[in-house]
Design a protein around this ligand. Structure first.
Ligand code: NAP
Ligand code: GLV
Length: 306
């Protein structure tokens, strides 16, 4: 069995070593143009040339949860695309989102400013019931985040394409229920995959339906958000702030207004990092399952785009 590794943003060597250790019978090598065709591939944003040179490729293992970069390629219809299925990302997403939510709700920015002035001043406690949290996307990451937020006793609701049941979370599904979901939300978390249906979903029309004093947390993809619409709603006061981890252009350009906006917190696409050991264990386990003829989780439906 041959496994090709084609990574554009990560060093290949530790992945090669890890995959060789996990799959001792396999021939694992880094891809370069003209390399021998492989049976399975481990990739991040590979070039079209990689796909075109792999007529016998059976499975494309993405080393991330989001497959939007792969969905832009011309892929043979028989090729199975497999996304990372948690692999240690869900708990990271949960602590990132809870941190952003609690920092806003408990006014930690205000306390930090007070500390800088040597000022001992209390703020009035705020009611959790007035900060309902809405999570766009109730998949592998969205459900984990919803459960973590619910454990802090905030009202939580989620929106998905098809109806989903998550204990303690009020579910809304489909475009028809989006307005109800937004009207019931003050802190909005985006955990949708980027597809034609979800591109620009965080725009004036949707963000202005949030409750006054709304707060946006985008941890999915930059192209979910219309940057100018967010800035206008922050400046009008309808939104109180935003925490953004993902951007249309990454790294975020030095002259982008998000960097210096007083109501925006920027982090460098770090809310849920790929953990190499966990990911290799998951991918190797799935390759072994495929060899035994078993079904595996995390197979992408190209028609849905996720
Ligand atoms: P997932 O398991 O595929 O879940 C996607 C959720 O979105 C599902 O609940 C799905 O609905 C819902 N959805 C998809 N299209 C929809 C639509 N048109 N309308 C309403 N709901 C829709 O994905 P995941 O593993 O939770 O990951 C979500 C995204 O997070 C990834 O695609 C990636 O872009 C992003 N991410 C970011 C980072 C980071 O560091 N910032 C790290 C990892 C992942 P159904 O339940 O009905 O299918
Ligand atoms: C990271 O953004 C991922 O999709 O895993």
């Amino acid at each position: 069995m041959r496994i090709a590794v084609c990574l554009t943003e990560q060093k290949a060597e530790p992945w090669l070593e890890g995959l060789r250790a996990a799959l001792p019978g396999a021939e694992v090598s880094a891809w370069a143009p003209g390399a021998a065709p492989a049976d399975h591939a481990v990739v991040w944003a590979p070039p079209q040339a990689f796909i075109d040179e792999q007529p016998g490729l059976q499975t494309l293992f993405n080393i991330g949860a989001g497959v939007d970069a792969l969905m832009k390629l011309r892929l043979p219809p028989t090729l199975k695309v497999v996304r990372l299925d948690d692999a240690g990302m869900a708990v990271q997403m949960a602590d990132y989102v809870c941190h952003a939510l609690i920092r806003h709700f408990r006014e930690f920015d205000g306390y930090e400013a007070d500390t800088a002035q040597g000022r001992w001043s209390f703020r009035k406690p705020r009611a959790r019931s007035e900060f309902p949290v809405g999570i766009l996307g109730l998949g592998v990451l969205g459900r984990r985040v919803a459960q973590a937020v619910a454990s802090f006793e905030f009202p939580v609701q989620g929106w998905s394409r098809t109806p989903q049941q998550v204990p303690g979370v009020r579910g809304y599904a489909g475009d028809a229920q989006l307005p109800q979901f937004l009207a019931a939300t003050r802190v909005l978390v985006c955990l949708l995959p980027l597809t034609p249906a979800t591109t620009d979903i965080l725009r004036k029309e949707t963000l202005s339906q949030l409750q006054p004093g709304g707060y946006a947390i985008n941890v999915a993809r930059g192209a979910h958000l219309v940057d100018a619409d967010l800035l206008a709603l922050l400046d009008s006061g309808h939104l109180a702030g935003a925490t953004l981890d993902v951007f249309r252009t990454e790294p975020l350009p030095a002259d982008h207004p998000f960097w210096r906006h007083p109501k925006i917190t920027v982090t460098p696409h770090t809310s849920a990092r790929t953990l190499r050991d966990e990911s290799i264990a998951q991918i190797a386990g799935k390759i072994r399952a495929l060899q035994r003829g078993e079904a595996i989780a995390g197979v992408v439906d190209p028609a849905r785009g996720y």
